[in-house]
Design a protein around this ligand. Structure first.
Ligand code: HEC
Length: 117
């Protein structure tokens, strides 16, 4: 009885290990794609600039912002938690994956700062 139990426990361990490994693989496969984000960002260029330096005085720069921050803001615009008419329209059709990719793209752009003049 005890032996049967431990055999079962072992196969259970193997199964959960396999599950953990497959979720690691799935995670890797789903890693954010900055290149795809750059393509998607074509619709953001008018206001946020081709390299995330905004061309409109009322639009913030996105270059070099942490991905987690950009992702959070886009999800909040999408849900309406952060209210802005323009960004609500922009964020509405975006999927979670597209948001991750856009965030990865803007986060990947290096920025340099200097002493104030
Ligand atoms: C028509 C102009 C316009 C376009 C196009 C546009 N944005 Fe924006 N975006 C703005 C403005 C204006 C704000 C500031 C809104 C506010 O006050 O919350 C903003 C804010 C943001 C913020 C928040 C930044 C911060 O510092 O909190 C993110 C992230 C963002 N936009 C991403 C995008 C992405 C990604 C796209 C393309 C899918 C996009 N925007 C398209 C005008 C635009």
């Amino acid at each position: 009885m005890l032996k049967m139990f431990s055999a079962k426990a072992k196969s259970c361990q193997i199964a959960s290990l396999a599950l953990a490994m497959s979720s690691v693989l799935a995670f890797q496969a789903q890693a954010a794609d900055a290149k795809a984000g750059q393509v998607k960002a074509g619709m953001c260029v008018t206001c946020h600039g081709a390299l995330g330096l905004s061309t409109m005085p009322n639009a913030p720069h996105l270059a070099g912002q942490p991905a987690i921050y950009i992702e959070e803001q886009l999800k909040q615009y999408r849900s309406g938690k952060r209210a802005n008419e323009v960004m609500a329209v922009m964020a509405k059709p975006l999927t979670d994956k597209e948001i991750e990719n856009l965030a990865a793209w803007y986060a990947s752009i290096p920025i340099e700062v200097g002493q104030p003049r």
